[in-house]
Design a protein around this ligand. Sequence first.
Ligand SMILES: Nc1ncnc2c1ncn2[C@@H]1O[C@H](COP(=O)(O)OP(=O)(O)O)[C@@H](O)[C@H]1O
Ligand SMILES: [Mg+2]
Length: 414
Amino acid sequence: MAMLARLGALAGRSTQEDAQVNGGDDAAAVRVTMILAKDTAAQADVARIGLPDCSIRSFDGTLDSFAANGPLVRRTDMLVIEIDPDDTAALAALEQFAAGPGSRMAVVAAARDLTISATRRLLRSSIADVLPVPFTHEELGQAVETARRGLAQRQTGDGSGGKLGNIVVFHGALGGVGTSMIAAQAALQWAESKQVLVIDCDMQRGSAALYLNLKPRLTLADLIEADDRLDVEFLKMVAERHQSGLSVVAAPSDMAGLDTMTPEFLERLLDLAAQNYDLVVLDMPGVWMDWTALAMQKADIIALVTQLTVAGVQQARRQLDVMEANGLGERVRVVMNRMTAGLFGKYDTEEAASVLRFPVHFALANDFPTVAAALDEGVPMKKIKMKARIDKEMRQMTSAMAQDMASANAVAGA
Ligand SMILES: Nc1ncnc2c1ncn2[C@@H]1O[C@H](COP(=O)(O)OP(=O)(O)O)[C@@H](O)[C@H]1O
Ligand SMILES: [Mg+2]
C-alpha cells in the first residue's frame, strides 16, 4: 500500500477522460487543460464553459505532475495554469516548461492581481498569453483564439522542438516472459516507417543491444553520468544505429544499481528523446521504482507482457492493481506471449481475461526457432521465416498501437 500511496502522489488526477470535456473532442478543436487553484476552479466551473471548437478539461495536480503525464501533455494544445506571479521559482519552472517540453502547446499563465510589470515579464518569456483571475468567458475565448492562431506553427515540428514523439513502455509481469524480445522486434517493425529510439532501462539484465546484435561502446550509464550535460548531440552519440535505422541506447554493460537512475533524470531523457524521435520504446526491468513509475506516467502505452501460466496471470493481476490505482489502466495493453493454439488454431484467452478482470489485447505464438534465430542475428523475424504466425501477430499488435497513438496525437486545426 505504501507503494500505491507514493505513486499516487506522483500522478495527479485529471478529470476522468471526457467526463468534463465539453465541445467535443474532435481533432479540429483546441484541447485546453486547466490547472487552477481550488477556489478559482470552483468559480470558473470548468465543466460548464462552452466555447466553440474547444474542449476543456481540468487537471487536479501540479505543473510537475502534468508534465510527467505523457498522454495528457499530448492531448493538450493549450495549458492554462494559475500561478502566483511573486513566486519566482514557480515562474522559472513554468518558463522552462514553456520553452522546452511545452513548446508545442500554448502555455497561458493565469494570475490574480497581475501588475503590468509582472505581465510584461511573463510575456517576454515563452509563455503565450496571460489571463487575469478571475477571467471572464470572453477573456478565455480570446486566449483560445490567440492560441489557435499560433498552434499550427508550434506543432508542425520544424525541428526546433516542435516534435513530441510517443512513448511505449514494455513491462514484464515476470522475468523471462519475452518482454525484451517483443520490445526489440516491435521497435524494428515501427522503424520501417518512423524514427524510433529504444532505451534499454533494464539496468541489470539488459538485452536489447544483444537482441539487435549491436555492440555499443557507450550505454545508458554514460547518459546518466553526463547528467546536466545531457543534450541531443550526446544522446545521438550514445545511441547505436541498427542497420534498419533503429537507434538503441543499451543498458549499462556493468551491473548497475537500479537506483542509479532517478525520476528527474529519466524525465529529462524522455523529454529530449521525444523531441527528437517519433517513437521512444522502453524495455523495462519489471520492478517498481520511482523512476519506473515516472516512465509509465510519461508513456502513451504500457505493454504488460506475460504468459498464460498460473504465475504469469497472477503476477499480471498484481501489476494491474498498481497501474489501475495510479490511473494508468487505460494505457495498459496486456500481451500474452508464447501461446499455443488449440483446436481450429484459436487461442483461448477468455479464462485469463476473466481472472485478470482485464482484456487480453494481444496474443503471440510460441515459436522458439523463429524467435531465437531473429534474436541471434538481430534481424526482424520476417527475415527468418516469411509468414510466421508470430510475425503476423506482432504486426497486428504494432499497428493497433500505432493507430491508438496517432488518434491521440491528433493536432488541433489539422
Ligand atoms: N513467442 C516466443 N516464442 C518462443 N520463445 C520466445 C518467445 N518470446 C520469447 N522467447 C524466448 O524467451 C526467452 C526470454 O525472452 P526475453 O525477451 O529475454 O524475456 P524477458 O525480457 O521478459 O526477460 C528468450 O530466449 C526468447 O528467445
Ligand atoms: Mg528483458
